[in-house]
Design a protein around this ligand. Structure first.
Ligand code: THU
Length: 162
């Protein structure tokens, strides 16, 4: 028997410590959460994607009475980015959420969104994207979607190499 230890490095920043670029992205995510369509959960999530061109794309959760038909903010933003700028890599994504008119302390992407973050990263050559999880006081930054989903299933399991 041998053991494999899987590590994820999370850098914890105060909002004031963030670079101007990250502050702008975090702000865009929070602002996008204000127009989420979340009448069922009342949990309003915003995501802001920074492309390598510098462009910011935002998205928010879109719910549906048939619950599984809704989509998370991260995937709304990433799929829109992929559909509109298919050749442009994603460098970073910020996620923020609010409920009852208050920003939540911390938001972390669901498993399905992690899978899509990972695919987006590999789609553009595997360059690690910065994932910003925005809380009220702190922002967690994970460099590389791959470290959010260890032992993941990917295109290579289907024999697709790039
Ligand atoms: N949600 C997101 O949009 N992103 C996340 O990271 C977590 C959850 C949405 C899905 C659903 O509309 C609501 O939040 C409650 O789960």
């Amino acid at each position: 028997m041998k053991e494999i230890i899987v590590k994820t490095t999370v850098k914890v920043y105060s909002v004031a410590e963030l670079s101007e670029e990250f502050k702008e992205l975090a702000q865009a995510a929070l602002s996008a959460s204000t127009t989420a369509y979340a009448p069922y959960s009342k949990f309003h999530v915003g995501a802001a994607v920074r492309l390598e061109s510098g462009v910011i794309i935002t998205g928010n959760n879109q719910e549906n009475a048939a619950y599984p038909s809704g989509l998370c903010a991260e995937r709304v933003a990433l799929f829109y980015a992929g559909a509109t700028y298919p050749g442009v890599a994603v460098r970073a994504i910020a996620i923020a959420a609010q409920t009852g008119g208050r920003q939540v302390d911390m938001i972390t992407p669901c498993g399905a969104c992690r899978q899509v973050l990972l695919e987006t990263e590999s789609r553009y050559g595997g360059h690690p994207m910065d994932v910003l999880l925005c809380g009220t006081e702190q922002v967690y930054i994970i460099s590389g979607a791959a470290s959010l989903l260890p032992l993941s299933f990917s295109g290579s399991d289907l024999g697709v190499t790039d």
